[in-house]
Design a protein around this ligand. Structure first.
Ligand code: T4K
Length: 372
């Protein structure tokens, strides 16, 4: 009998429960629950080593990390960003009273098109906030060149880019800061969580103050900081996850390869490809349903749903279409043609280490039937 169990776009990666108990026992014994406890400290140093970055500051989630990264660099005025992302990217600007300026994306990567950035710069521009969408790296060299020429800061929204390397080097080392998300749905999760990757100890210290109400010591408050701290249970989850990362990444690669093999001869279906030298984390598996495919993207989405397969249309609708952004001149329809086309065509297929072979085969079979 064909399985009809529900399949979601992702499922959190959960190490065996019995391996988590000793961490909880330590938390209970020490009564240290949060505010930079021992697991928090340990995770910061283990993650920096694992990711190949100088420093990082843990956060309660990626959104608070984005908001704080912008504050740490005193970004104001206008910031150039992508409309093809999750709401949190642009929202972090609004939370700082910054005006987002949307620039179109390169359809090959789904990331900010560097050729379109310069025309969006005005005297009010202070920074660029690109996203390494789906974990595929932005054109970091071109973006840095533009930032250097115009004296702009670069903060990468690297929510999808945990562990991604290009030519052996972490892509998290690019820009002035990079922000990670460790949400339950991410490649590496701490239930909820996030981090700012910092190039030096001085900026890390400022960020550490900002995520703790601005306290520099018991009696000194240096900024109107927020409470963005990660607690000890989440940090412990991160430490345990790290022990299982290589296996999880391997499974994701295998699953992605199966999709690749299954759809390679269908020209109206496109899977994203990384550049040569990319160590991708396969955070997502976006499939682009071209206009000449016999079935539209939305019809495929509905068809899969009728088989209890809950794929997701990340990122549809575009952030620039949300009510709080659609009045901006840069959100105008004709201004973002590539982002619009991607948003109309994308469907993210289930990809996670515990995805069952038979569920993936079932899904592939349904998609292949739409091509006949
Ligand atoms: N920047 C970018 C580019 C981002 O993509 C995100 C987050 C952020 C910034 C902000 O980072 P955080 O503040 O979140 O750390 C999800 C996630 O909540 C969000 O973290 C993520 N991006 C976004 C792309 O996806 P939803 O609203 O689509 O999630 P939800 O609850 O519909 O979950 C999707 C599927 O995952 C469900 O159908 C079932 C499964 N699931 C989900 C959860 C929460 C589980 O199996 N277990 C779970 O606990 O936003």
């Amino acid at each position: 009998m064909i399985s009809q169990r529900p399949v979601f776009v992702t499922e959190p990666h959960l190490p065996p429960l019995q391996e988590f108990i000793p961490y909880l026992e330590k938390i209970w014994a020490s009564k240290r629950l949060t505010n930079g406890g021992p697991f928090h400290q340990q995770l910061e140093s283990e993650l920096a080593a694992y990711l190949g970055v100088q420093h990082l500051s843990l956060f309660a989630n990626g959104t608070l990390a984005l908001v704080t990264a912008l504050q740490a660099l005193r970004i104001s005025g206008e910031v150039i960003t992508t409309p093809y992302t999750f709401a949190a990217t642009a929202h972090s600007l609004l939370w700082n009273n910054i005006k987002p300026v949307f620039v179109d994306v390169d359809p090959a990567t789904c990331n900010l098109d560097p050729d379109r950035i310069e025309e969006a710069i005005t005297p009010a521009t202070t920074a660029i906030l690109p996203v390494h969408c789906y974990g595929i790296p932005c054109n970091v060299d071109r973006i840095q060149q533009i930032a250097d020429t115009y004296g702009l800061k670069v903060i990468y929204d690297a929510a999808h880019a945990f562990g991604v390397k290009q030519d052996g080097i972490s892509i998290l080392n690019h820009g002035d800061l990079a922000v990670l998300s460790f949400h339950a749905t991410k490649v590496f999760n701490t239930f909820e969580g996030g981090a700012i990757v910092c190039p030096d100890a001085k900026i890390k210290q400022r960020i550490d103050y900002l995520k703790n109400f601005g306290f520099a010591d018991e009696v000194t408050v240096v900024a109107p900081g927020i409470n963005g701290k990660m607690n000890e249970v989440c940090a412990a989850m991160g430490l345990l996850q790290l022990r299982h990362m290589s296996q999880a990444l391997e499974s994701r690669t295998t699953i992605h390869q199966r999709y690749q093999d299954a759809f390679k001869d269908i020209p109206s279906l496109r899977l994203l490809q990384g550049p040569v030298g990319l160590e991708w984390n396969h955070a997502y598996c976006p499939l682009f349903v071209g206009p000449d495919h016999p079935v539209s993207r939305d019809a495929l989405y509905t068809l899969l749903k009728s088989h209890h397969i809950h794929a997701r249309r990340y990122f549809y609708p575009l952030v620039s279409a949300f009510p709080m952004y659609r009045g901006l001149p840069s959100a105008a329809d004709g201004h973002l043609p590539h982002a619009h086309a991607l948003a109309e065509q994308v469907i993210c297929l289930p990809i996670y280490p515990t995805l069952q072979d038979e569920d993936q085969e079932r899904l592939i079979d349904i998609v292949l039937r739409t091509a006949r």
